[in-house]
Ligand binder design. Structure first.
Ligand code: UDP
Length: 245
């Protein structure tokens, strides 16, 4: 499995299919290696280009996956195509499956109390092999380390963190400083999708790479956030011109 990192506007993406990525991650979990997964979309890449502290955080990532069709497009424009889009949601589900098979210890952190309670119920039904060692909603003060210690004490093999971006990264940074093993992954709003609180786009939209469009119709408030996409593409073209000089 060849895994040459692909540089897109100074963020180093892994060029692996989802299956290969899962195999690599589970090997690390079994070896008790500390592992940090970032699923990066154009918004994250642009944010990293404007925030030094966030760039530093990304340097600690074990893998960075291409989450979003914008990244795949960008990789093609730069002449270094990434083989597959690996979304946070899909990767999370694959990791749940593996955790189920191997009876791994899982901690769910994030989302509103009613959502996370529902996620807990659903996870227990869907994946009875998972050892659920903790569940906590995402509305707590980051300066208060109680939740951090709860997660560390739980000796979780895998921690899924859905506090939204960039709040979840701030928490993950605290975790990485203190933990000496365990896999941690920022998943944004994936608990809302998993529980059906926020519907994922119909399969056809996903297949046609129009998931972003579906989200825009459903949550027009996301419009401002989506304006980052054209800016990202402009930056990619500038980078391409720069490289060909
Ligand atoms: N959230 C949270 N704590 C907060 C703010 C947000 O746990 O203080 C959760 C929120 O309930 C939702 C997720 O973080 O489940 C953010 O979802 P969004 O779709 O905005 O994620 P992103 O687009 O940032 O990945």
């Amino acid at each position: 499995m060849e895994n040459k990192k692909i540089n897109i506007l100074n963020v180093l993406f892994d060029n692996l299919k989802q299956k290969e990525m899962v195999a690599l991650l589970m090997k690390r979990v079994n070896n008790k290696q500390k592992t940090f997964i970032v699923t990066a979309n154009p918004e994250i890449v642009m944010y990293a280009n404007h925030h030094q502290s966030y760039r530093q955080l990304l340097k600690q990532a074990t893998v960075i996956t291409a989450d979003g069709i914008g990244i795949i497009k960008g990789s093609k424009i730069l002449g270094t195509p990434i083989v597959e889009r690996v979304t946070g949601y899909d990767l999370m589900l694959d990791l749940f499956k593996e955790a189920n098979r191997l009876n791994k210890r899982v901690y769910l952190l994030g989302a509103r109390q009613e959502v996370i309670a529902l996620a807990e119920q659903k996870l227990k039904q869907d994946y009875p092999g998972i050892v659920l060692v903790g569940v906590h909603n995402g509305y707590f003060d980051l300066a208060d380390e109680e939740v951090l210690h709860d997660v560390l004490d739980s000796k979780a093999d895998m921690v899924f963190v859905g506090l939204g971006f960039p709040r979840q990264e701030k928490w993950i940074l605290q975790y990485l400083e203190k933990a000496d093993s365990g896999l941690v992954m920022g998943i944004g709003g994936a608990f809302d999708a998993y529980t059906g609180v926020v519907k994922r786009a119909p399969a056809l939209f996903i297949k046609m790479n129009l998931e972003w469009f579906y989200r825009l119709i459903k949550q027009p408030s996301r419009f401002r956030r989506m304006l980052v996409l054209p800016k990202f593409l402009v930056a990619v073209y500038q980078e391409k011109n720069h490289r060909s000089k």
